[in-house]
Design a protein around this ligand. Structure first.
Ligand code: AGP
Length: 609
């Protein structure tokens, strides 16, 4: 996912842009560049590779002068990673530069239109078409030219634009790709997310789709697509700068794994008062809750795995049918949705395009949308009927950890809240789960003390070519997440199977030395889990078992390795069991020398289809 930073002020722009881009590196990229206005001159520097290559090229910004500029880290979609395809993309005259996050879907037709009028193109990118088209319409007013272009391009895009003939301003555009504006005294910013600019200002405005902003050192004016002024509220970002720093850890991922106890405290404690679940500013009325007939949980990746756990728990607490559907599937299905359907959308970033598209599809069918999101003010949060934030703080590593565990906690709180309204949970059980939730953060601290044991186990297993996760019910749902964590950062092939499925084909994959992670925390099915362990062991597998402390002795009779978690309510075991699996993936990837925070081919938020 690309990163965008723009600055207009009274200081040299290039060093500020480089610092902002460095804070966006976690998004994943393959090239980087800046364009700075020095009076009437537009200076552009860009290069394939890491940001260091660009910084060295411009002596950390000292070689380029000017107080207005845009910067970009590119995650290639159209055109291979190269110097010429890096952003900013520049118009033929060299006077207009554009940075872009997203995809211009009709760029080929527009390119033909311009080439028929004698415009030569230097790059393979869709973004260059935007720069050339702005120049095509430019007649001395950049804002007018940009507005004309926006009525002709289709797709998802956030843009930063500068023009040498209007050197005191820069323009920002947002449609289906996040862009925020930073407000300061004597300066203004635009950025893909807050981490790039929080060092300079905590006062931000979240752009909405179709809006255009003109930024100068005196302030920001926002317009709609018909150039009518739009009033925007200024939000205050309240998390600490070091939250987006490594804080002494080698990787953001390990830092964020270890932050989970605190993240769980922030997600849970404000929502439990005197033994009751309290959801402030919750947008669903008791009357609406009582007439819900069906729940869909829609998400991608790890957020989808949260939904898999949520299905078991919500159906147990509410006795309402819950379907968990991949967002990328939901949007192309023909789902049965009525006004009595609640769609729960789960997303850490709140910007995943598939998830956003599924949200809009569900809304169009008349469903009510409740989102569980980590990034405040993100697109999904803003388009939902009501949102529950996970309050996990910024999550930088591509592989999600604390967002997963806090999403789970929020979903369990939601289930309890609904169950109270519906009267579907006996008081004793309600209170047991409440008390278990309150204990979760300290129990998570206890689980994370297993770090050294996990590191040792990883040293035994990091050379395997494939690793299987098996489990039943909640353990299967948890195994899905353990498997994804492992494969996305260690690049080891891994699959998670419902244990009961082994005999239907997959057990043919088990051979001498195959590593099987048996997730066996769900006590009601522990005997079944044990028989599956025996089943794979008898075919030569090595078994690493994840189970509860009280079951360790039984499991040790068969498993080669054991990881235990403390007792907690059965519904909450995935919230604890996920931590050892996160650490296992982390240490295996570490021993394999992988780029843990920025795994190959992946982005922190997938804002393209
Ligand atoms: C999880 O570790 C991955 N980074 C990925 O599967 C992620 O969960 C997925 O892309 C959904 O992202 P979201 O929660 O921000 O929507």
């Amino acid at each position: 996912m690309c990163g965008i930073v723009g600055f207009v002020g009274r200081e040299e722009a290039a060093p500020i842009l480089l610092d902002g881009l460095a804070r966006l590196e976690y998004r994943g990229y393959d090239s980087a560049g800046v364009a700075v206005l020095d009076g009437q001159k537009l200076r552009v520097a860009k290069a394939k590779g890491r940001l260091r290559v660009l910084a060295d090229m411009i002596q950390n910004g000292r070689a380029i002068h000017g107080t207005v500029g845009i910067g970009h880290t590119r995650w290639a979609t159209h055109g291979a990673p190269s110097d010429v395809n890096a952003h900013p993309q520049v118009s033929r005259s060299g006077k207009i530069a554009v940075v872009h996050n997203g995809i211009i879907e009709n760029y080929a037709q527009l390119k033909e239109f311009l080439m028929a009028r004698g415009v030569d193109f230097a790059s393979e990118t869709d973004t260059e078409v935007v720069a050339q088209l702005i120049e095509h319409f430019y007649q001395g007013n950049l804002l007018d030219a940009v507005a004309k272009v926006l009525h002709r391009i289709e797709g998802a895009y956030s843009l930063g634009i500068v023009c040498a003939d209007e050197p005191d301003q820069l323009i920002a555009v947002r449609k289906d790709s996040p862009l925020i504006l930073g407000v300061g005294d004597g300066f203004s910013f635009l950025a893909s997310d807050v981490t790039a600019i929080i060092k300079h200002t905590r006062d931000v405005m979240y752009m909405d789709d179709g809006e255009i902003a003109v930024l100068t050192c005196d302030g920001i004016q926002v317009y709609d697509s018909f150039l009518q002024p739009v009033e925007k509220t200024i939000a205050r970002v309240d998390w600490e700068i070091d939250a987006a720093e490594k804080g002494g850890y080698e990787h953001f991922m390990l830092k964020e794994i270890m932050e989970q106890p605190d993240a769980l405290r922030k997600a849970i404690f404000p929502r439990i008062r005197d033994g009751e679940v309290v959801l402030e500013d919750f947008g669903l009325t008791d009357e609406y809750i009582r007439q819900i007939e069906k729940i869909f949980i829609v998400a991608c990746g790890s957020s989808y795995h949260v939904g898999m756990v949520g299905k078991y728990n919500l159906e147990q607490m509410l006795r309402i049918p819950v379907d968990v559907v991949l967002a990328s599937e939901f949007r192309y299905m023909d789902p049965i949705v009525t006004e009595h359907t609640l769609v729960i959308v789960i997303s850490q970033s709140g910007e995943t395009l598939d998830t956003m598209a599924a949200l809009r599809a569900a809304k169009g069918l008349g469903a009510t949308i409740l989102s569980i999101v980590n990034v405040v003010g993100s697109s999904i949060a803003r388009e939902s009927d009501t949102v529950l934030y996970t309050w996990a703080g910024p999550e930088i590593a591509v592989a999600t950890t604390k967002a997963y565990s806090t999403q789970l906690a929020v979903l369990d709180l939601l289930g309890l809240y609904f169950a109270r309204k519906l009267g579907t949970l006996p008081e004793e059980r309600y209170q047991t789960v409440i008390q278990s939730l309150l204990l979760l953060p300290s129990q998570m601290e206890q689980v994370l003390e297993c770090q050294a044991n996990i590191q040792y186990l990883a040293s035994q297993y990091f050379n395997h070519d494939s690793i299987f996760f098996i489990g039943r019910n909640l353990d299967y749902a948890l195994g899905l997440e353990g498997s994804l964590k492992l494969k996305e950062i260690s690049y080891i092939h891994s699959e998670a199977y419902a244990s009961g499925e082994l005999k239907h084909g997959t057990i043919s994959l088990i051979e001498d030395g195959t590593l099987v992670v048996a997730v066996a925390t769900y006590n009601r099915l522990f005997d079944k889990a044990m028989s599956n362990v025996v089943e794979v062991k008898s075919r030569g597998a090595d078994v690493l078992a994840l189970t509860t402390e009280d079951k360790a002795a039984d499991m040790e009779k068969y498993a080669n390795g054991i990881i235990t978690i403390p007792e907690t309510d059965e519904m909450l075991r995935p919230s604890l069991g996920v931590a050892p699996l996160q650490l296992l993936a982390y240490y295996i990837a570490l021993m394999r020398g992988c780029d843990i925070d920025k795994p190959r081919n992946l982005a922190k938020s997938v804002t393209v289809e």
